[in-house]
Design a protein around this ligand. Structure first.
Ligand code: ADP
Ligand code: GLC
Length: 473
């Protein structure tokens, strides 16, 4: 039995800002527990402290350069998975998780604390699976700074969920690590004139993964490499793409407690009732015969906001209703706020984060928009398909790998897609989808059933991770 520790910056059911939390909340539970003893660690943020009862395990000191801070280790067990939390109130007892001026220092501390906590765990850790830039220094720290602690046998898997966020900081950040200057000088952690958590991870992890096969290819190119392409190319032999799944128990229209009516692929009538309930809740005209288009998203440029803003009047010129649930970039939020004003009772922008409303939107809308500029995997299109809501996506990264476009000749497909990142292409395919909805209702129903039958669980991908973990020994 191998000890496997997932180290991340967020995870359900404790805290979430995006798809990373979905993955950390679901993948560990799908790893074969006869072969791996699985645990998860994350920082103890204020929100977790306020909402969960945890037991204190122990405390220890973390020396980051000249700074000495105490870390208190907390624990809970949920569905047979051990969850550990690193408490350090100066760093994590704040509203929000990221976006602070001292993020580098906060996560440098966290990375070190993850290694310092290992002796306090009731099992030996053989593999650390770390995720995104927030945990990027773990492999190099383990193999260099903490080498004397005999951690050198630990194997490291590092997953890139989003290459756009690299954890790049000024050179002065090196003072938080007790690493020899040569690791900066020779480029192991150096990026431009500073350091990069992401680069350190890509360089030092035994295996690097990302969250879809297409994105694993894309990040090797100039277009998607985010200036990390040459580092990634140097690790090409150890880079694999494994597509995400979703928690099919939480996201299950047959049992979902957040939605007003439950339904299944063989009993779809209640989906219409969910639609009407959503229209009613949001002040839209309650009607079955209008195409209800939805979006649940972080509002960043990654998500194709530029196309939506450019084409908003044309989009609303169609016979549709629109609901957008999201929060993020101020400019995008402000642009979207205008649509409610311009199209009363036809368009709603719910500016904020709401788990509950997200479920209602996935269940209630007919078509889900995801015209991303790039998309490492995407969780939202997987949820949509599970709820019989057809995704309309751009063919990039995981969207390309998971959404099969409608083929009108044999009625196959699970959604709609367009290739180039252009407003005109988006409009073309949106009009096509609208046409199918109004004039080829049988086909639309068939697509709904195809989508709902698609396997979006972790079953296959968890096996791939297990195989990867085993290949390390
Ligand atoms: P990303 O991680 O890039 O934001 P994903 O599609 O992988 O994109 O995952 C996004 C996750 O966050 C989905 O579970 C989605 O439902 C959820 N989500 C995004 N924005 C909101 C919001 N405003 N309210 C509730 N859930 C949201
Ligand atoms: C990132 C990506 C998203 C992916 C998620 C989980 O946030 O933007 O595409 O689904 O991580 O892997």
């Amino acid at each position: 039995m191998k000890g496997l520790l997932f180290a991340a910056s967020e995870g359900l059911p404790f805290i979430k800002s995006g798809g990373l939390a979905d993955v950390i909340g679901s993948l560990p539970q799908c790893i074969n527990d006869h072969e791996f003893r699985v645990a998860v660690v994350m920082p103890l943020y204020k929100k977790i402290m306020d909402n969960f009862e945890l037991e204190e395990v122990d405390s220890f000191h973390v020396q980051s350069g000249l700074i000495d801070k105490e870390a208190v280790l907390y624990h809970t067990n949920l569905n047979d998975i051990d969850y550990y939390f690193i408490r350090q109130d100066d760093y994590f007892n704040r509203d929000g998780m990221y976006g602070f001026a001292d993020d580098g220092e906060r996560f440098a501390f966290y990375n070190k604390a993850v290694l310092e906590m290992l002796p306090f765990l009731p099992f030996e850790v053989n593999i650390i699976h770390s995720h995104d830039w927030h945990t990027g220094m773990i492999p190099i720290l383990c193999k260099q700074e903490y080498r004397d602690k005999k951690y050198h046998k630990i194997k490291h898997v590092y997953t890139i969920h989003n290459l756009a966020f690299q954890g790049n900081f000024p050179k002065e950040m090196t003072r938080y690590f007790n690493l020899d200057y040569k690791f900066y000088q020779y480029g192991d952690i150096k990026f431009d004139d500073g350091i990069s958590f992401m680069k350190a991870a890509v360089t030092y992890a035994d295996k690097v993964t990302t969250v879809s096969e297409s994105y694993a290819q894309e990040i090797l190119t100039d277009e998607f490499g985010e200036r990390m392409q040459s580092v990634l190319n140097s690790r090409k032999a150890d880079l694999v793409g494994i597509v995400n799944g979703i928690d099919t128990e939480i996201w299950n229209p047959e049992t979902d407690k957040y939605i007003p009516y439950n339904y299944s692929v063989n009993a779809l009538a209640n989906k219409k009732k969910c639609k009407n309930a959503l229209q009613n809740r949001l002040g839209l005209r309650v009607a079955d015969d209008v195409l209800l288009v939805g979006m649940v998203s972080r509002l960043t440029w990654q998500k194709g906001a530029a196309l939506l803003i450019e084409k908003m009047h044309q989009i609303m010129g169609q016979d549709i209703q629109l609901v957008i649930l999201g929060t993020g970039d101020n400019y995008i939020e402000n642009q979207l706020k205008k649509i409610e004003y311009d199209y009363p009772h036809r368009a709603v922008f719910y500016c904020g984060y709401s788990e509950e409303l997200a479920h209602e939107v996935y269940a209630g809308v007919d078509l889900f928009l995801m015209p991303s500029l790039f998309e490492p995997c995407g969780i939202s299109q997987l949820i949509s398909m599970r709820y019989g809501t057809l995704p309309l996506v751009r063919e990039t990264g995981g969207l390309k790998d998971t959404v099969e476009p409608y083929n009108e000749y044999d009625q196959t497909g699970t959604g709609f897609s367009f290739k180039y990142f252009s407003g005109d292409e988006l409009m073309y395919i949106l009009k096509y989808a609208i046409h199918v909805y109004y004039y080829k209702q049988k086909d639309w129903k068939k697509l709904m059933r195809n989508a709902m039958k698609k396997d979006v669980s972790w079953q296959l991908s968890a096996k791939k991770y297990e195989k990867l973990y085993k290949s390390l020994f």
